[in-house]
Design a protein around this ligand. Structure first.
Ligand SMILES: [Zn+2]
Length: 76
């Protein structure tokens, strides 16, 4: 996995923040290893990492931190 499948740009392995919304509930996982496109910023996760995220969301451990985030709506 070394070229972005959107733009063909170069992928670099970096620790990223994974964000996921599920029925109005936000999940944020820090320090997730991903392949990040140096050209368009697209993130790709390996199959192993995806599996780890899914099992974490299924049986979430106690969170490291509870965050308060402002939410915006483009239609307003
Ligand atoms: Zn790209």
């Amino acid at each position: 996995m070394n070229a972005c499948h959107f733009c063909g740009g170069e992928l670099k392995e970096e620790l990223t923040t994974f964000l996921h919304e599920d029925h109005g509930k936000m999940w944020l996982v820090r320090n997730v290893p991903a392949f990040v496109c140096m050209q368009c910023g697209e993130k790709e996760f390996s199959r192993t990492v995806t599996r780890q995220i899914l099992s974490l969301l299924k049986r979430p451990p106690s969170p490291a931190e509870i965050l308060q985030v402002p939410a915006y709506d483009m239609t307003m």
